[in-house]
Write a protein that binds this ligand. Sequence first.
Ligand SMILES: [Zn+2]
Length: 401
Amino acid sequence: MVASTMSGAALFGCMSAWLLGGLVFEAIVCLRQWRHLAAALRSPSQQRLLRYGQRRALFQWLAGFERVARIAFWLATGALAGLYAALQAYGGVGVLLFAVVFAALDQLLCEIRLWARWWCVDRAAGMSTSTVGAVAGDSARRLMINSMLAVPACLWILWPFAVAPFGWAWPASGVLMIAGIAFLFWARPNLIAPLFERFSPLAPGELRRRLDAMMQRCGTRLEQVLVVDTSRRSRGANAYFTGLGRSKRVVLSDTLIAHLSAAELEAVMAHELGHYRCGHLQRFYASQALLLFGGYLAIGMAVAWADLAVAPTVLAVAAYLMLPALGWPLQAWQSARRRRYEYEADAYAAEHAQPGALISALEKLLANNLTAPTMDRWYAAVFATHPPGAARLARLRAIDG
Ligand SMILES: [Zn+2]
């Protein structure tokens, strides 16, 4: 978008100041975490934990920097408008080609941070078990998936502009965007994740029997309890609940199964069932969709107010780039919700499994995943999707008596 009018220049100035303000704020917060860890982890045996935690804080900031840098590259330099102008001469095919080239180049820009994070954080701390070839394979798959999704996404979101004027077509395309995100929410566990990792049903046996009995006690029956081959990429251990309707599932990493006892796995599984029973996933994504829709409307209104002459295709791509970056003050609110969900899932697990087993599972996970037990207050408030380990353990011990 090139600011061609006075109000366009004002809009551009306000947006730049807003984004830079966010980067400065996040830099202060991440620096606080860096210093908090340096003060909290002083003994020689904690140096690996310290380095890993500090680098993660640095890359937390770099993720925000990357969002702003991509906006600067595509919008401030006029690269996006230039690419569109060059390809739209070829008509409808040219517009689709524009979407594909943008998606591929933008993903390439994202890969820089992903590679640096793998090299400087996960590999340096000994947490990664990936080879350079495997990481390159993941990059290639992401590039391919993004480029392939660009064409249907473009057709889907731009469709209203073919039949209605901007004032109606923009909100309608916002509704279609939300529907598209809902589709991705279904597609991610079912179609996309299996391209990166291998999922297999938990084999029959002692563990399967215990988990089935526990689900029965909870009055819940999940169709799928899957094991994912995380060990091919990472030493980290993890479990999560995902999917809707018949595709809902709990996924346990093979590293988790290798490190925890059956009672501990049962407690972790009860925690994941807690997320399911409390409807956390739906609640979180519903609020996320509302926020995105509101932001999308606001961008359309701002462009109409500034009287900018922007093709809907370019504006939709600009909105895709800007929405995650413009919403930086909402991050703390979203993180707080997610931490509350974790406490709710912990309380559910303590009720339906042994609280002591969840405590020892959590202790093992913190150690295995190189997670420092404490965090800076501000950093936790803004970025932590899980409460600091020490706080979670203290609550569970209070329940356990
Ligand atoms: Zn959880």
